[in-house]
Design a protein around this ligand. Structure first.
Ligand code: IPE
Length: 256
């Protein structure tokens, strides 16, 4: 099984509140179908989640009562996005069912607790792809918080031991600086702890969950048992398909 995260930067236009990239998602779903691989899918929130979550500081936990309405709105918005992703998967011929992270699981001080995998496993047994996503999740200590799709990936990797974990994004992989602002940013095709520690922390991300560096951190944590963790650009036609088929494509691999 291959665990795939469709990042918010590729499935939505992050610069505009609730802008779904239907064409891109539809193509990516067709690429996944064509690969013939068995998969589990997670997706990010993009502009359906980060904007309001940041404004209301939902990632800081329950601080004020005016956060409650924002919690409801963000939860609704990411479910709306999830419905559209599931629709594209079904359209591409991949039977899929939504497993909303915040409706099925809780966190404990920011850590997602999945102590019952029965629902996910039973869907998989039936040949149905469970689709989880970055969500507002209740937290035993903080009241609630934001669980990123990357955290969901880490939990699922622990529980289901996928052969590969693939993070689909809108960039080719990791650079030593932000390629969107620095023209001479250098591409890094293999990343390890040493290389990551030399890369500056982004200061301008509009995300409540940390940007590329946090993603690389998660990827390094996930490849501890020899698993391949890969960051690939999903805005390029056919790149995900080639990667899933085992071809050599431009991407960044995390290695211990
Ligand atoms: C964020 O999930 C969840 C919310 C803000 C509700 P992610 O952190 O996985 O989303 P992307 O992929 O960065 O957009």
């Amino acid at each position: 099984m291959i665990l795939i995260k469709l990042g918010g930067s590729v499935i939505t236009d992050k610069s505009e509140y609730k802008r779904f990239r239907k064409d891109v998602v539809s193509r990516l779903c067709r690429e996944i179908k064509e690969s013939g691989k068995s998969v589990m899918i997670v997706h990010g929130a993009g502009s359906f989640g980060h904007v309001l979550a940041k404004r209301s500081e939902l990632h800081e936990g329950h601080l004020r009562n005016d956060q409650i309405n924002a919690l409801a709105i963000v939860s609704r918005d990411v479910r709306e996005l999830n419905n559209m992703v599931v629709s594209e998967l079904i359209e591409a011929g991949i039977p899929s069912v939504s497993v909303p992270t915040g409706s099925c699981f809780v966190m404990d001080d920011g850590k997602l607790i999945i102590n019952d995998t029965e629902v996910i496993s039973r869907y998989v047994e039936l040949g149905i792809v469970p689709v989880m996503f970055g969500d507002v999740v209740l937290d035993r200590r903080k009241g609630f918080g934001i669980c990123s799709g990357d955290s969901v990936m880490m939990s699922l990797a622990d529980l289901f031991s996928p052969e590969k974990a693939v993070f689909v994004s809108d960039i080719d992989g990791l650079y030593d600086r932000d390629p969107k602002t620095a023209n001479d940013a250098k591409f890094i095709s293999d990343v390890n702890e040493n290389i990551l520690s030399g890369i500056p922390t982004e200061t301008t991300v509009a995300d409540v969950t940390g940007g590329v560096r946090a993603k690389m951190r998660a990827m390094l944590d996930m490849c501890s048992d020899g698993r391949d963790c890969i960051l690939v650009n999903g805005t390029e036609d056919g790149r995900l398909l080639s990667l899933l088929k085992g071809k050599d494509v431009k991407c960044t691999r995390a290695r211990k």
